[in-house]
Design a protein around this ligand. Structure first.
Ligand code: FMN
Ligand code: ATP
Length: 188
């Protein structure tokens, strides 16, 4: 997929938890301010699931439904497979360039490219990059998909659900641009 301009956020977004929701909100708000497309770039399966390090919190369908409530203009779903995983950080930067990002929004711990070679700071060397501070919960712990998995494993489903925060989320009004999020499948 190629675009003229966009604001893009990138990640596995498994669970679309409160940290992810902050990235999505900031991305859509920045795109609307600039009058350009808001893009969510995600991977399926989540890399940790692909590498056998975790069970997925939610299905791809559920993830896309949750992301759609924020009304991005495009969702890119990269097929995270044995070919894709060989891409280096520089390969990934070259692919991202096709979207012509005016702004990239990620969290501090974002890693990309084979062997997790790319960092948020590397992104910043190539794109105007906003690195958001981590969203924490009441006890000061950083909200993460891993933490939600651990809470679920310990039988603390209610606590896990609090971090996902899908009960009381205020959903965005319908997109004023192109209606429902559009699903794109990234080519390899
Ligand atoms: C092209 C590419 C190759 C990757 N290769 C690896 C890898 O070899 N090992 C790994 O643990 N993660 C790998 N990842 C996953 C990233 O480290 C990271 O988990 C992913 O980009 C999602 O970011 P997030 O976990 O912050 O959402 C790769 C990601 C990309 C985009
Ligand atoms: N608590 C958080 N606050 C702000 N940004 C976050 C938070 N958690 C994740 N992010 C960002 O969201 C994007 C997607 O991250 P990712 O899908 O790896 O979530 P994660 O919760 O860190 O997952 P995991 O625990 O499996 O590593 C990345 O840019 C990441 O830096």
């Amino acid at each position: 997929m190629a675009l003229d301009a966009c604001v893009v956020t990138i990640g596995a977004f498994d669970g679309v938890h409160r940290g992810h929701q902050e990235l999505l909100r900031q991305t859509i708000a920045a795109a609307r301010r600039r009058g350009i497309a808001a893009v969510v770039y995600t991977f399926d399966p989540p890399p940790k699931v692909y590498f056998g390090q975790a069970e997925p919190l939610i299905s791809l369908r559920e993830k896309l439904e949750r992301i759609a409530t924020f009304a991005p203009d495009h969702v890119v779903v990269a097929d995270f497979n044995q070919i894709y995983v060989r891409r280096t950080a520089l390969d990934f930067l070259a692919e991202l360039q096709l979207l012509r990002p005016r702004e990239v929004i990620v969290g501090e711990d974002f890693r990309f490219g084979s062997c997790k070679g790319g960092t948020a700071l590397l992104l910043r060397q190539h794109f105007n990059t906003r690195i958001l501070p981590p969203v924490r919960c009441g006890d000061g712990e950083i909200v993460s998909s891993s933490r939600i998995r651990a809470l679920r494993r310990s039988g603390l489903a209610a606590a896990a659900a609090t971090l996902e925060n899908w009960r009381d989320i205020v959903t965005a009004p319908p997109a004023n641009r192109s209606g429902l999020a559009q699903l794109e499948v990234a080519s390899q």
